[in-house]
Design a protein around this ligand. Sequence first.
Ligand code: PLP
Length: 351
Amino acid sequence: MTLADHPRHPLLFGPSPVHPLPRLSEALGGEVEIWAKREDCNSGIAFGGNKVRKLEYLVADALAQGCDTLVSIGGIQSNHTRQVTGVARHLGLGCVTVQEGWVDWPDMNYDTVGNIQLTRIMGGDIRIDPAGFDIGIRDSWKAALTSVEEAGGTPYAIPAGASDHPLGGLGFANWAVELAEQEAQHEVFFDHIIVCTVTGSSHAGMIAGFALEDVDSLPRPRRVIGVDASATLDKTVDQVTRIATQTAERIGVARPLRDDEITVVVGYEGPAYGVPDAQTIEAIHLAARTEGMLTDPVYEGKSLAGLIGMIRSGEIAPGSRVMYCHLGGQAALPAYAGAPGLGRLGGDVEA
Ligand code: PLP
């Protein structure tokens, strides 16, 4: 089976935009050319994001099975459950989302603004649960599935991040195919791809998608680098490896993946999932102030910190051309207004 054989229900505007970030490149020494591919503006549904891309394949399956309610799980400020709820509304389906206490964050509006606010506006059936951060399968999610059945509905089960699911990696395998087409259009080649990784299927899908490429036809080797934002590295690496392997098989990669195709870097995850540190804030400021490109303190600020760190250390060598995959997430920013540098408590620039 190939990727094209898998039914896909279109939810995106089309290929997500790609563009250079010349002022960010310049601010980092001007010797590495940085571009972005923008999943943060990939769809008109609930502000879009990486989950809408993944859901193109999962909802095709849900609709084929005759399911009437999407059931998923995430944290209080989950981008994922916001996108699942938006997609359900777009398709006229019901939606139940379990939202757990993944982040111990002190902003007094943390549980009313941002993603959860948007999910409530879309009429989501939100079930709050106090459990802490874990990307694995949870009993609360199973209970939500059972409750839909007991009410006479037909649920479709979507795990955290739409990742640990047989179709979870397909959306970003398709991202890799799409990027190769955009490279041909723009007559460029990206030797580094940087992506944030937590529940793993954005990163894993790309690994599988790029594994379809004929390495001998590439002008240079291509490295896909996942930047961990989970702060539970082993679980994320495990999940990335499993999903990449199963997705590669599913789309017809005719060889085992090599160990060097699965790279997760650490050092940018901050003290915990959902908690930014000084380098996260610096990265958010740098992209915002050089390019007007906004990122969040949970995910993209951390992968951006990874990109910046690897350019400064020389790990991404001068002469490289990097694609920064922006997966979305800005909707969480209001929930972090109390963090110094992200709201009114500090970080203002002197005139
Ligand atoms: N970036 C954003 C904005 C997200 O919402 C997520 C979701 O978890 C990620 C990155 C990480 O992607 P994944 O869960 O596929 O590893």
